[in-house]
Design a protein around this ligand. Structure first.
Ligand SMILES: Nc1nc2c(ncn2[C@@H]2O[C@H](COP(=O)(O)OP(=O)(O)OP(=O)(O)O)[C@@H](O)[C@H]2O)c(=O)[nH]1
Length: 315
């Protein structure tokens, strides 16, 4: 095997992560598509547009191969439904159809399909076209990762925070669920860097990020690195959730890392301070107000003992 073939082999092994959803009312067509792709990708097949829509929502495939002529709802109608749904409209659709007029091809592409393949098709050409689109998807995912994640801590970054918190906020309004928004900030971190060096400081940031993430994940929250040594987080709350207990756990987990910080004004180990605000979001409350309240609470902790939590409930 030469070097090029070896690389292709390695790439294919990774390709198994991709899922193709094939929607066609003819079983024989589904079998053909499965036989072309199943060795390299996960293939999910279904025989109607409605079922296909439900499956797409459920499994979020990477690519959809869609027939046009189907009873009840055709492929042109289905793609319009897919493109109206926020959760799945980004999924590329390739039409694979017996319709051969240029008008139909133009219609399919103008409805948002990324490709249009006419039946009967050549297996090699279908495989090559699907591979090209999956390569584009792979690169898009990579770019999204670079754009949304912090390389030091591997936490999502501020850009992702701004996107996610809007979604969490709207979800909390719709589901009438309370939300806590908070900021955790490493104590006396300048002094830590000055004493132990920047590289050690980087290691500490990674450890703290992991410790905080572990606690918040357990309660369905998430945390983001939004500044140098500043982490923003949200936490969905239910009646039984005690926000104070959870955030105290965060402080304790950081303490249990047991990282010496001899020059800290807070304690002899590395510690964090946390400010948070608890709110039942409505269309009349603003996220900025809640973040400002959390920031004020953090400032309060920083001006007293540090290594502690302050929370305000917004009425
Ligand atoms: N090692 C390291 N240090 C960082 C990074 N980002 C920011 N910092 C440092 O974090 C320090 C933050 O200092 P300050 O804002 O003065 O806050 P502090 O020293 O933590 O003091 P308090 O917040 O009042 O407890 C600065 O010295 C930054 O250089 C990073 O990625 N790695």
């Amino acid at each position: 095997m030469n070097e090029g073939e070896d690389k292709i082999g390695q790439r294919r092994a990774v390709d198994k992560h991709f899922t193709l959803l094939c929607i066609d009312d003819e079983s024989v067509n589904l079998k053909v598509l499965a036989s072309i792709f199943r060795d390299h990708y996960k293939v999910v097949a279904c025989k109607s547009a409605q079922h296909g829509f439900d499956i797409a929502l459920n499994i979020l495939p990477d690519l959809i191969l869609l027939d046009v002529l189907m009873p009840e709802q055709d492929g042109f109608e289905l793609i319009q439904r897919l493109k109206l749904n926020k959760k799945i409209r980004h999924i590329p659709v390739i039409f694979i159809t017996g319709l051969q007029s240029t008008e139909d091809e133009e219609k399919g592409l103008s409805l948002g399909a990324c490709d249009y393949i006419q039946k009967p098709f050549n297996y090699g050409i279908v495989r090559a076209r699907v591979n090209t689109h999956l390569e584009i998807i792979r690169q898009r995912k990579l770019l999204e990762r670079f754009a949304h994640f912090d390389s030091l801590t591997e936490l999502p970054n501020r850009r992702k925070w701004e996107k996610d918190i809007q979604e969490q906020w709207l979800f909390a309004i719709e589901s009438k669920q309370s939300l806590a928004i908070g900021i955790a900030d490493v104590d006396c971190f300048k002094l830590y860097n000055d004493t132990y060096g920047h590289q050690m400081g980087d290691i500490v940031l990674r450890k703290i990020a992991n410790a905080l993430r572990r606690v918040l994940f357990d309660y369905h929250g998430d945390i983001y690195r939004c500044g140098g040594e500043e982490f923003y987080f949200y936490l969905p709350l239910c009646e039984t959730t005690c926000i104070k207990t959870i955030l105290t756990q965060c402080i304790e987990h950081v303490g249990q890392l047991n990282i010496e910080h001899s020059s800290s004004k807070a304690c002899s180990k590395v510690s964090v301070s946390i400010g948070a605000a608890e709110v039942l979001p409505t269309h009349n409350t603003k996220i900025e107000t809640v973040i400002k309240t959390a920031d004020d609470k953090l400032y309060q902790v920083k001006n007293s003992t540090r290594n502690a939590v302050a929370i305000e409930k917004i009425a």
